[in-house]
Design a binder for this molecule. Structure first.
Ligand SMILES: [Zn+2]
Length: 230
């Protein structure tokens, strides 16, 4: 069982492990040196590594879930088209949210080891960042190609893409990087016991639909073997 300190870190309920990086985004203090190295390497290759999102708190993730469960934020089909929650049952709404958003307390973004990145040098001034697979294949293709080369050659300063493929849980997110030297041990620590402790906090929207499926949802969307958690 994770200690209380580790449980709070894993679930986004503390910020004591975090420091601000160059853009003010919060990251784990032990991630910052490697992140700076990756940024310098990107710069030398002609890219400006920028962060769209890094640490996210439990409360922030909870507010995302509440808004999606209440139909105040769009839900998406697997092909990316927006769905009208009025057409969906609560069970279907749960499935749609799980596919795109981690349950509060189960996001890799809680750890400070994970970040969503883009190339600021390639972005026009009036452009609204999308973070979609199409964008990674279009506007940021050269940047992501460079990142792929770094990762494949073991030259990525510890960073990898945990959501590179569709494994049937969380949808692919090529823009999401994770610092493996820390994140792998955090992922291993986030066991079913931690999942149950979160469930017992009783704050998750749609909890009555989650409880009877807890083991399956943990395996499919949270457990490290599924390489999930966004
Ligand atoms: Zn992400």
């Amino acid at each position: 069982m994770a200690s209380q300190d580790l449980f709070e870190l894993l679930t986004g309920q503390t910020e004591r492990h975090l420091v601000p990086c160059w853009s003010g985004h919060l990251v784990h203090a032990q991630v910052l040196p490697a992140l700076e190295e990756l940024r310098q390497a990107a710069m030398q290759a002609g890219f400006e590594l920028a962060i769209a999102s890094s640490y996210r708190s439990y409360q922030r993730q909870l507010s995302i879930w509440k808004a999606k469960a209440a139909g105040q934020r769009p839900l998406f089909a697997d092909n990316g088209t927006a769905l009208d929650s009025a057409d969906l049952s609560e069970e279907q709404i749960l499935e749609r949210i799980l596919r795109w958003s981690a349950l509060p307390g189960t996001s890799r973004h809680h750890w400070g080891t994970d970040l969503d990145v883009y190339d600021a040098a390639a972005m026009p001034a009036d452009y609204q960042l999308q973070l979609t697979p199409e964008e990674c294949e279009g506007l940021f293709k050269a940047f992501h190609g460079w990142l792929d080369d770094c990762i494949n050659s073991g030259d990525s300063h510890g960073f990898f893409r945990p959501f590179d493929l569709d494994r049937g849980g969380v949808a692919p997110e090529p823009w999401h990087l994770s610092y493996r030297p820390l994140a792998d041990s955090f992922a291993r620590s986030f066991d079913f016991d931690a999942f149950q402790r979160l469930m017992a906090q009783g704050e998750w929207p749609l909890l009555e639909w989650i409880k009877p499926r807890a083991q399956e949802i943990y395996q499919r969307y949270v457990a490290p073997e599924g390489a999930t958690l966004c």
